[in-house]
Design a protein around this ligand. Structure first.
Ligand SMILES: NC(=O)c1ccc[n+]([C@@H]2O[C@H](COP(=O)([O-])OP(=O)(O)OC[C@H]3O[C@@H](n4cnc5c(N)ncnc54)[C@H](OP(=O)(O)O)[C@@H]3O)[C@@H](O)[C@H]2O)c1
Length: 391
């Protein structure tokens, strides 16, 4: 049953802005205040097609420190699919709490929620209508409603000028790019970094953040029909140069681009031969940071790169970093949202999948399948019905 809470009562209870209230207060609820949540679930690791099911369960009104939230948007990231397959190091908790016959978990690690109601012991600064993103992995974001605690959420006090999609996708890809550019090599204005899979979500973020910090970038992408348009698009975003993997193997061409300036940092999303290329492009003492393995091939690093060029190799994982750096994470998210507001940080190409109460499994599976097969160039994002930007 669709229940509309009176605007006045919500305003009184929450003291949030009228606009926020208007958009916060519609949600599905039973007569006894229970909210019906629809979610994808899996009970065993495996191919998403084989293991994912659509499930409904009831959420009681919040009590004590419980916060009832409504999902606004949840992206489908490569790591989410790896997690369902069981090949990702972070495993979700399998529970009977969802009312499934066997223990199951909700997939999805990243997402944007709106607070709909709070238990009596919830910090009074948290109010209905406010937006929040997940504070860490494994929450299970591919669902329409959930119960959370303050520790699960990063509240977003100022979301003016930030779209739901931008907020929902800020905590993984832009954050990963931000940290890798900041924490490994001491890059200053005018310094070069190089990256492969530059058209990925992380790659596009690195281009834009790098530009904001005054760094120059060499951006490597795979050749394809329409490569000139893609090169132009990434240059327009702030990439200094955009080249194909074949062009990246041409040392003279690289030297022409950099004018002989050493490249201090390389961001590796791919592995295999593409990573080998990055080590060739890096200058003496450069840092290679690996954060993805899209080619599913091991890194192959020439011994000479380690011995004679003193290349330093690192790995980076945003999940592990986030667990240890709560304050820095909040500051980073604030920076990212400031850039979004100032028009300095553009959306990734994305495709939304509307998720309403009667959406069927097949429709939800479609973008997940696309995420497994050849990269479509657009990130799939579930957008739950009644989405509203309260700004
Ligand atoms: N370590 C971390 O903390 C962290 C954080 C975020 C993301 N990641 C990882 O980073 C990777 C990218 O994530 P994303 O969300 O940015 O991805 P995305 O936006 O979905 O983009 C995928 C990228 O991978 C490229 N690609 C796909 N298959 C490839 C292959 N076989 N060989 C070479 N390139 C290939 C695509 O290039 P084409 O256009 O040429 O297909 C595209 O650039 C994933 O592996 C993800 O798990 C890691």
């Amino acid at each position: 049953m669709l229940q509309l809470i009176s605007i006045r009562s919500l305003r009184r209870a929450s003291r949030v802005s009228v606009q926020q209230t208007l958009k916060a207060n519609r949600y599905y609820s039973t007569r006894f205040g229970y909210t019906l949540s629809r979610c994808l679930v899996f009970s065993n690791f495996g191919q998403p097609d084989k293991v994912l099911k659509l499930h409904s369960y009831s959420i009681p009104p919040p009590y004590d420190d419980i916060i009832n939230v409504k999902f606004i948007a949840s992206p489908i990231n490569p790591a989410d699919i790896n997690q369902i397959e069981g090949v990702y190091p972070e495993k979700p908790e399998f529970t009977l709490g969802l009312g499934t016959g066997e223990k199951s978990a909700v997939p999805g690690n990243e997402g944007l929620v709106q607070v709909i109601s709070c238990g009596s012991k919830v910090d009074p600064s948290i109010r209905p209508g406010q937006w929040a993103i997940m504070s860490g992995p494994n929450f299970g974001t591919w669902r329409t409603y959930a119960q959370a605690r303050k520790s699960n959420l990063i509240m977003l006090p100022n979301i003016e000028g930030v779209s739901p999609i931008q907020a929902a996708t800020a905590s993984v890809n832009p954050s990963t790019a931000y940290r890798m550019l900041k924490d490994f090599a001491e890059l200053g204005a005018g310094d070069y970094f190089v990256q492969n899979a530059a058209n990925s979500g992380v790659g596009r973020s690195a281009i834009q953040i790098g530009k904001e910090w005054g760094f120059k970038s060499i951006n490597i992408v795979r050749d394809r029909p329409g490569i000139d348009e893609l090169k132009e698009e990434l240059r327009a975003m702030g990439g200094t140069e955009v080249i194909t993997e074949a062009e990246a193997r041409d040392r003279r061409y690289i030297a022409q681009i950099t004018g002989g300036q050493p490249v201090k940092l390389a961001l590796n999303c791919v592995g295999g031969e593409s990573a080998t290329n990055l080590t060739r492009i890096l200058g003496h003492g450069g840092h290679l940071v690996t954060y993805g393995a899209m080619a599913k091939l091991p890194l192959s690093i020439p011994a000479s790169a380690l011995i004679f060029k003193n290349i330093h190799c690192h790995g980076f994982w945003i999940s592990a970093w986030s667990k240890k750096n709560e304050v820095a994470r909040y500051e980073m998210i604030t920076d990212i949202f400031d850039w979004v507001r100032d028009g300095k940080f553009k959306d990734i190409p994305y495709e939304t999948i509307q998720w309403s109460e009667d959406t069927e499994l097949e429709k939800l599976m479609d973008p997940i399948r696309k995420g497994i097969s050849e990269y479509s160039g657009r990130k799939g994002i579930f957008v739950m019905e009644e989405t509203g930007n309260p700004s």
